[in-house]
Write a protein that binds this ligand. Structure first.
Ligand code: NAP
Length: 538
């Protein structure tokens, strides 16, 4: 048997998390190699090339904060930057700091097995290679396992069809063609808005509508960028202090202390503001109190009615099964106006379900829709999907996918008991999924690196979170979740995905921590300051 190559520290994933993680390890004097399944770096921004893909976070709050030089050099061109620019940014970072030499591409891990005797992980790659490593740090993304639907006949379609995550690198001819989009989440809403005036005919297959409010994007001039640069310290401090990791701050005047007219005036202002202002800058009561939520929902519904000319269609675009802000809010640019176009048609598949895909289009219970292109904007096996598709075997050969069958169980979203020497940056039950992603991951990476250095400096070769600590964290995650009205909603935050067995309607998975960024940061800081007592090291 040939000796396996040994790499002391391995990082998985070259997305936003992995890029910063490898940089941080190198800066800390730890030799590490990053493995990426794709042929190049960028993660989410390497893959999601569909028209309209862009941040919902203000660009300057999304970029890394760790290097003043980087902040001084990079010019964000738009308040909410689009995919090509975001990918350029991540490449710029990797090249500037010489990170590529620590990365290996086309390296998808299929199996990860813990060996207690040697205290090593054995990693098998899809391409046949195997290595051993002492420590594994995952940065494998929260939305990186796409879930196409399971309709019969999908392989028989003669035109082009793809999930938005796999949108081809080569330009897709849309002009004059009949295009169908299945799914109206954040992705579908971006695609539909962007291509409505570029295709011949657009048919949107909608099962459940989502609430959506304007992104209000704009260009960033040289002068404005210069201004932003002078404010970076303040910007990052504001993000660190706000529950969602944005600059928008909740309004604590008290929902009930204002009249209905005053609230509407305030919402008019928020509706015209960029980004998540209407969500993160709103009254906290709208997430907690049925009456408050009903009122804001009615307000946003009114806006949709104003924007969609056909009143029957407008009603179809207004969610009736969940209130505003109960699922991840997609932000839009002229989405509702797209439905006023003659070449755009909504097919309500909650009334007329899709039966199968044919060679020439989509067959619903009521009609056949002829199509040249089918776009599956059907979402992801969120948060745990990328862990589940690797066979991860910890102590006694136990499988992580089995342990997490009913939902993830972690300590701080960073560890899972029974899986030693595994650190999950942006892991399940952390705040990465529930807040402005890069702000959360920077905190996670800094913490994970500090903890690893602590262990290595003391000569420890094994760490494992205690079972009781994990149980307590699970209870804290559940408590934070149960306070929210969103606990009853069906979105990826709460683990719903109709295309993944066991994640269908009616299931709840406690996948993300909703206690807010500042509280989470405080908790992990306290654990470090206390000498990591909840983590057994030897
Ligand atoms: P999603 O929110 O899970 O939406 C999936 C959509 O597809 C839903 O409308 C769903 O309908 C529909 N669908 C799923 N399976 C279907 C089936 N078999 N038949 C018919 N319809 C089906 O996924 P997403 O839109 O990709 O968004 C996921 C997350 O990615 C977002 O919430 C966001 O966090 C992130 N994202 C971010 C940005 C950004 O930053 N701007 C952009 C895009 C995505 P049901 O609800 O009825 O299941």
């Amino acid at each position: 048997m040939t000796e396996k190559q040994h790499i002391e520290v391995v990082v998985l994933g070259a997305g936003v998390s992995g890029i910063y993680q490898i940089k941080k390890l190198i800066d800390s004097g730890i030799r590490a190699t990053l493995f990426e399944a794709d042929e190049d770096l960028g993660g989410t921004w390497y893959r999601n090339r569909y028209p309209g893909a862009r941040f919902d976070s203000e660009s300057y709050t999304y970029g890394y904060s760790f290097s003043q030089e980087l902040l001084d050099e990079w010019h964000w061109k738009e308040r909410f930057s689009a995919q090509p620019e975001n990918l350029r940014y991540l490449n710029f970072v990797a090249d500037k700091f010489g990170l590529r030499e620590h990365m290996r591409f086309n390296s998808r891990v299929t199996v990860m097995k813990w060996d207690e005797a040697t205290r090593l992980w054995h990693l098998d790659f899809e391409q046949g290679e195997s290595i051993t490593t002492r420590y594994v740090i995952t940065g494998i993304g929260v939305l990186s396992t796409p879930t196409p639907p399971r309709y019969a006949g999908m392989d028989e379609f003669k035109g082009e069809s793809f999930h938005t995550y796999w949108w081809p690198k080569e330009p897709v001819e849309l002009a004059g063609r009949k295009v169908g989009v299945i799914g109206t989440g954040a992705t579908g809403i971006q695609v539909i808005s962007e291509i409505a005036d570029k295709v011949g005919e657009l048919t949107v297959f909608q099962r459940r509508p989502n609430w959506s409010t304007p992104l209000n994007n704009s260009l960033i001039s040289n002068e404005e960028m210069a201004q932003i640069r002078t404010r970076y310290d303040e910007i990052f401090a504001n993000c660190a202090a706000s529950p969602n990791g944005f600059e928008h701050v909740p309004d604590y005047r008290g929902f009930a202390n204002l009249t209905h007219e005053q609230r509407v005036e305030f919402w008019d202002e928020l509706y015209a503001k960029p980004g998540f202002a209407i969500l993160a800058g709103n009254f906290p009561e709208i997430f907690l109190d049925e009456t408050a939520n009903k009122e804001i929902s009615e307000y946003v519904a009114g806006r949709i009615r104003q924007r969609v000319q056909d009143p029957v269609l407008a009603e179809k675009l207004i969610p009736k099964d969940h209130g505003f802000g109960m699922q991840r809010l997609p932000l839009e640019t002229k989405y509702f106006e797209a439905y006023n176009r003659d070449n755009v048609r909504l097919v309500d598949i909650s009334d007329m379900p899709i039966q199968n895909i044919t060679a020439n289009g989509v067959q619903t219970s009521a009609e056949h829709v002829d199509l040249d292109v089918i776009v599956y904007a059907t979402g992801f096996d969120a948060i745990t999907g990328s862990f589940d598709r690797m066979q991860i075997q910890g102590m006694n050969g136990d499988s992580l996918a089995d342990k997490w069958h009913q939902g993830p169980s972690t300590y701080l979203g960073l560890f899972s008991h029974g899986f030693p020497n595994l650190l999950m940056v942006a892991g399940p039950q952390s705040v990465s999924g529930s807040t402005n992603f890069p702000r959360a991951i920077e905190g996670g990476v800094n913490w994970a690196t500090q903890m690893l250095c602590h262990a290595i400096e003391r000569g420890y070769t094994r760490f494992e979170a205690q079972a009781e600590a994990e149980q307590e964290w699970g209870e804290e995650v559940k408590r934070a979740h149960e306070k929210l009205l969103a606990r009853r909603s069906q979105g990826w935050f709460t683990g719903y995905n109709s295309n993944v067995r066991g994640h269908e309607q009616g299931t709840v998975r406690y996948q993300a921590y909703f206690g807010g960024g500042p509280k989470y940061a405080e908790i992990i800081k306290r654990v470090a300051a206390g000498g990591y007592r909840q983590i057994d090291m030897s």
